[in-house]
Write a protein that binds this ligand. Structure first.
Ligand code: SF4
Ligand code: SF4
Length: 112
């Protein structure tokens, strides 16, 4: 399996939901795998701004939303990573399933 296939298979298991337009209240530093950097067309991970927000958080939302990494996809979608504004999917992912996804992500990427 390619790195792309593995990442997409992990992403697919994370329920999707709509964020508040322009919100970046959960956008701090997150790990990026080599595949995720390449998929977003980046040669380095974004840095944290002085306000401790990810540099890709721009007015109107995430500048790389469709290529955001696994940890960004998990926030708000997991039982113990709930959105402070009450957004989230109808069915949150259990913390056990989320931890399993992160374990597999770490195993594949060698990150964290
Ligand atoms: S999950 Fe919640 S806090 Fe994070 S960007 Fe979406 S709406 Fe904002
Ligand atoms: S990559 Fe996008 S979603 Fe992830 S922390 Fe940065 S601005 Fe937020």
């Amino acid at each position: 399996m390619t790195s792309k296939t593995i990442h997409l298979a992990l992403y697919e298991q994370i329920p999707r939901f709509e964020c508040i337009e322009g919100c970046s209240d959960c956008c701090g530093p997150v790990p990026w795998s080599d595949y995720e950097l390449e998929a977003a067309g980046l040669n380095r991970a974004p840095t944290e701004r002085e306000d401790q927000v990810c540099e890709f958080s721009v007015k109107g939302g995430c500048a790389v939303y469709h290529a955001r990494p696994l940890m960004c996809r998990l926030y708000g979608a997991v039982d113990d990573l709930r959105c402070p504004h009450g957004r989230g999917p109808l069915q949150l992912l259990s913390s056990e399933r989320a931890h399993d996804l992160v374990r597999r992500y770490k195993l594949h990427t060698g990150l964290m």
